[in-house]
Design a protein around this ligand. Structure first.
Ligand code: SF4
Length: 329
């Protein structure tokens, strides 16, 4: 090994505006209505965030039929299908919709293209909650395309009326490859009106690409079910990192990963609190990686209003935390 040990810290990283807003929504619902507040699915895909909210009184359920009639339920940042909204209403639940506005935007696109009788090729991962929610807006019009290879096989009814949309947290490069292959087969394929892969996903991928080319090892903080965190590992490897691993917590960092490593890249997924990254940096510092250089490729200042159910207090006054949800790192 030549030269000093060093960390390249990617920025932006960590919390996006949609995650911040969803977590604040649960905290605010707990403050306002008292525990327990039910949350359908993990509010965001991060085990640390979910555990902390559980300690404050949130109860996470898989489906709304597990929530007592009349109780408050928060829908997660990944969004829900209209069938879930109806099921909650039928149970008399008081729903608070923490769906990220950028996911809602894709839902609206699906509704509009289905209304115009387009067949929608939804690039995304079958079974992911966001894909279930978006597909559920127009189940008869949506076909999920999981990968570039699936683009070679998918069949459509009318190749002159096809549009592609996507999950918000995919690899930009892989999605473009899927679309390229779809367009080879369906030249009249329409593009979404604007990018469906969200700003946070794109920004984190651009930053890790820059870090990865100079890194012997990349550590991505994020949970296994976090799509954008898993994508960051893939992108790091694709862009030159000699090794890349995902960890939920610092104690998962293995000493042997650091053998012979001069430069460590560090980043985190869009659902990860910064404290978890700082714990990894402290561990690396203890191992001699005290020189930390931030590699910033974008500034983020997007903020979203809280879900409408929480924007005013019970007396109808605007809540002082009505603007929640800021991308931070
Ligand atoms: S990753 Fe993107 S779509 Fe998902 S919550 Fe964050 S801003 Fe919204």
């Amino acid at each position: 090994m030549s030269g000093p040990k060093k960390v390249l810290l990617a920025a932006p990283r960590g919390y996006c505006a949609g995650v911040d807003r969803a977590v604040i929504a649960v905290e605010k619902a707990l403050e306002r209505y008292g525990a327990p507040v039910y949350v359908r699915k993990q509010i965001v895909h991060n085990i640390h965030v979910v555990t902390e909210l559980e300690q404050k009184g949130a109860i996470f359920v898989e489906e709304v039929d597990e929530v007592p009639e009349g109780a408050h339920v928060v829908f997660s940042a990944h969004g829900v299908s209209p069938a879930v909204v109806s099921a909650a209403a039928e149970r008399g639940l008081q729903a608070i919709d923490a769906t990220c506005p950028l996911v809602t935007k894709v839902h609206r696109e699906a509704v509009r293209f289905a209304r115009d009788d387009f067949e929608i090729l939804l690039v995304g991962h079958e079974g992911h909650e966001e894909v279930e929610g978006t597909a559920g807006e127009a189940p008869d019009h949506v076909t999920v395309v999981n990968s570039p290879d699936e683009a070679d096989l998918v069949e459509v009814r009318d190749p002159s009326k096809v549009v592609w949309l996507s999950q918000t947290t995919l690899s930009v490069d892989e999605t473009m490859e899927t679309v390229r292959r779809l367009r080879t087969r369906f030249p009249q394929l329409q593009d979404p009106p604007s990018d469906d892969i969200c700003y946070a996903t794109q920004n984190r991928q651009v930053a890790i690409k820059k870090v990865a080319k100079d890194a012997d090892l990349v550590i991505v903080v994020g949970s296994a079910n976090s799509s954008n965190s898993v994508r960051l590992v893939e992108v790091a490897l694709e862009y030159g990192a000699k090794a890349a691993y995902r960890v939920d917590y610092v104690d998962e960092v293995k000493q042997e990963w650091l053998d012979g490593v001069q430069t460590v890249g560090v980043t985190s997924g869009a659902s990860v609190p910064e404290v978890l990254v700082q714990e990894v940096l402290a561990e690396l510092s203890g191992a001699g990686y005290r020189d930390v250089e931030e590699v910033r490729t974008a500034e983020e200042d997007l903020m979203f209003s809280l879900p409408k159910e929480l924007r005013t207090d019970p007396a109808g006054r605007r809540d002082e935390r009505a603007l929640g949800g800021r991308g931070r790192a």
